[in-house]
Structure formats: C-alpha cells, structure tokens
Design a protein around this ligand. Structure first.
Ligand code: ATP
Ligand code: MG
Length: 399
C-alpha cells in the first residue's frame, strides 16, 4: 500500500471496529492501481454521517444531506461518504436527496466510470464488480452500465469523460463515445460551476490536445459558455504547445485564440462564473498580449505590466507563434529586476513635495506630474533622487 493509504488505514480500521464497513474508493484507488500520485483519499462507508460523527473526535459537516462528513485524522482531512444510491434523478442532474444504503456494490454502481468504481479495504483487498481494473489495463473510459442512461441521469459525466481523457490519456469506449455525441445537448441542464471544474481539469491534463479534440468533435463545446461559433479557432488551440502554461495563461490563450472582441471578454469570463480576481488577471494578460503582438517590450511597459505578467505574456506570445521559449523569459525578468523603480511606491517624491516646491494648490495636475516623473525615471531619463527630481520640476515651466 502506498503512503497516503497507509496513513488513512487507521481511519478505515476505526470505522470497522465500530461494526461498519469502510473502503477507499474512487480516484485514489484508480490512481494507486495506475502507480500514479494520489490526490485525495476518499472513503465510503456503511455508517451514516451521524454514526461517523460519534466515532471520530474532529469532524466537519460539509454535505450531511449528501452523506459526506470530513474527518480530521493525524493532520489529514478525509471525506467519508455513506454508501448511497441515487435512484431518482431529476432534470439530468444529480438528485438533491439521496438514499443511504448499506451495500458497497450499490454504491459502486452509481459511480460514473468503471475505473472509478473500484474499492479497496484496509487489508488491500480490491473489490471490483464492474471490471474497472480491466478498463485501467486497457486504458479505456467506460460508464458503469448503459452510457445513455448514465448520461441522462447526470449529464456532467460527459464532461468528466473527456476530462479523464485529458488527465489519464485513456480513450473513450465506443458506446460511451457514441452516447456522448448523441446526448451532449443534455449538458444544457448542468450548472456552470460544475462544468467549470471539469473544464479546468481538462485544460490542465497532460493529454489536453486529445481531450480538446474530443470536446469539439463530439459537439460538447456547444454547451459550454460562450464557445458556440468558435469551432475553427478552437481547433487551432489543439496544436499549441501549452505544457508550460499556468491555468490562467491557458484561459488567456483560449481567449486570444478565439479572438474574442475586447468588449465581450468580460461577459464571456463572467458567464463561466470565474471569480472576479481571476477574471481580472486573465483580462490583463490578454490585453498585454495584444500589446506584445504589436510591439516589443520597453522598460516602461515591462514596468507597467509587472514581472509576472510580462513573463506570462511572453510565454503566450511564443506559444501563439509556435516558437520555442528561449531565454527571453529570463532576460525579461532580469530587465525588470534592473529597473530603477519597480513600483510607484518607490518614487522619491510625493504630491506634497510638488505642491511645496511649486507653491501650488492640489489638483489633478499632481497625478499627471507624478506619472510623467515616474515614466522618466523608469526610462532612465531622470534619477530617482529627491534633489534631481526637484531640479527637474523647477526647470519645467509647464507644470
Ligand atoms: P481526480 O483525481 O481528478 O479528483 P476523481 O476520480 O477523484 O479524480 P472526483 O471528481 O474527485 O474524481 O470524484 C470522486 C469519485 O466520485 C469518482 O472517482 C467517482 O467514483 C465519483 N463521482 C464523482 N462525480 C460523479 C458523477 N457525476 N457521477 C457519478 N460518480 C461520480
Ligand atoms: Mg478526487
């Protein structure tokens, strides 16, 4: 057993000691069987959330109505979910209420793909009623049960199928693929927040090119916010070498590739329900990217964009030109490092100084004057030194 499981094993044993069943399930078992690093260890149990809460000292209620409690154990957090069946699905979404059951097999049956429907107990015994291990061996993503039914129950599973292609470099089983083509439109019923999670995992997966190809080919992209109408430019996205890009950079690349008009950028990102802070970051990146596509960096634009954005934009610029990222990024970072000032706060002059030197009242002129001084200092036309600045100010008639 690997370290993550060894650490979590006492949690299973503790639940068993109280007379219930408990298993590792889902992604962690799949990743373990694939010799891949494990994200989070999820646990399924026959005990109800209430029973779990009486067994462990430290618990957090995260979704009691869905049967999930987080247990804090040896500094780790474990999501423990009661075996459940989701018999009644409404509107192609996960049900709002679930029935708790006492059978592991029923619980595994409601899971999306065979590779995600494998359980392992505290002694390392694998329980695999849907041949998930075989799917892993064959590198195939296959629904548990009939694909059409499973996608009708919860249409998000179609997005999940494609994002697992990206993460695991598996292929879709034929029936799963055909159903996905046929029932993509059911994604209309799915909340954007859930689509966003899967879409971002798709963008970040190692096999993103293949996954994007499938997303377009199957028509799923039509039911994602703002992408309808961009089929051809989305295809271009597939060919870019994006492995070195961060998630925000990948969003910026997407926007630049589909060449979304500037006025539509914010509505597009808002439709995806991205948090405002991230949305601003991405917008800024795209803005500087379009600057970079027209001209080279100058000291002043490096200063304005800031080192992080300069580097990001340079990466994106090279990516779009399909040219390798040579030493530009390091050079730009060094240039930023050598700037006379790196932020407005470092200016050795204030609005008060200006008013005093020139014996003038405050007003909008101060902001303009400071901006001019700032630019000259960054361009090394003036030293950031109070006396020098004063001398220059006094010699300036127009101020
Ligand atoms: P990752 O390592 O990328 O998180 P994961 O398999 O753990 O992959 P999660 O989204 O964390 O994926 O879900 C955990 C498990 O819950 C899945 O392995 C699967 O068994 C089950 N599951 C999650 N979402 C669904 C769904 N929409 N329908 C059915 N089962 C699901
Ligand atoms: Mg997970």
């Amino acid at each position: 057993m690997n370290l993550a499981f060894t650490k979590a094993k006492p949690v299973l044993e503790e639940i068993e000691r109280h007379g219930y069943e408990a298993y590792f399930v889902g992604g962690s078992v799949r990743d373990f069987l694939m010799n891949q690093p494990i994200n989070d260890v999820d646990i399924a149990t026959s005990a109800t959330p209430f029973e779990i809460k009486t067994i462990f000292e430290k618990t957090i209620d995260v979704g009691i109505e869905h049967g999930t409690v987080v247990v804090l154990y040896n500094e780790e957090a474990y999501e423990i979910t009661t075996f459940r069946s989701e018999a009644e699905y409404e509107d192609f979404r996960r049900p709002s209420k679930v029935d708790f059951i006492r059978s592991l097999e029923e619980d595994l049956k409601r899971r999306d793909f065979t590779m995600n429907a494998i359980a392992m107990d505290a002694r390392g015994t694998i329980i695999d009623p849907f041949n998930g291990q075989q799917s892993i061996q064959e590198k195939v993503i296959m629904t548990v049960g009939k694909a059409e039914e499973r996608f009708r129950e919860d249409a998000l599973r179609m997005m999940r199928a494609v994002r697992f292609v990206s993460k695991l470099s598996f292929e879709l089983d034929e029936q799963t693929y055909l159903s996905l083509r046929e029932f993509g439109y059911l994604l209309e019923h799915i909340a954007v927040e859930r689509k966003l999670v899967e879409f971002e995992k798709l963008l970040m997966g190692t096999n993103h090119s293949r996954a994007l190809h499938l997303l377009i080919d199957t028509g799923l992209y039509l039911y994602l916010p703002g992408l309808d109408g961009y089929k051809i430019s989305l295809y271009q996205l597939i060919d870019y070498e994006i492995d070195l890009l961060t998630l925000e950079e990948r969003w910026a690349l997407l926007l630049a590739t589909i060449q979304i008009p500037e006025s539509e950028m914010e509505p597009f990102l808002r439709e995806w329900k991205l948090p405002v802070k991230r949305l601003r970051e991405i917008q800024r990146m795209v803005k500087w990217l379009s600057y970079r596509q027209q001209q080279e960096w100058t000291s002043y634009t490096i200063y304005q964009a800031g080192v992080e954005h300069t580097v990001s934009v340079e990466k994106l610029y090279n990516c779009l030109k399909k040219q390798p990222l040579l030493n530009e990024v390091n050079e730009l970072a060094a240039k930023h490092e050598q700037l006379a000032i790196r932020s407005f706060k470092e200016l050795k002059v204030t609005g008060n100084d200006l008013m005093e030197w020139l014996n003038r009242k405050g007003g909008p002129w101060i902001k303009d004057a400071l901006a001019e001084i700032e630019e000259m200092i960054v361009n090394q036309e003036l030293l950031n030194e109070p006396n020098q600045i004063r001398e220059w100010v006094m010699s300036c008639k127009q101020m």
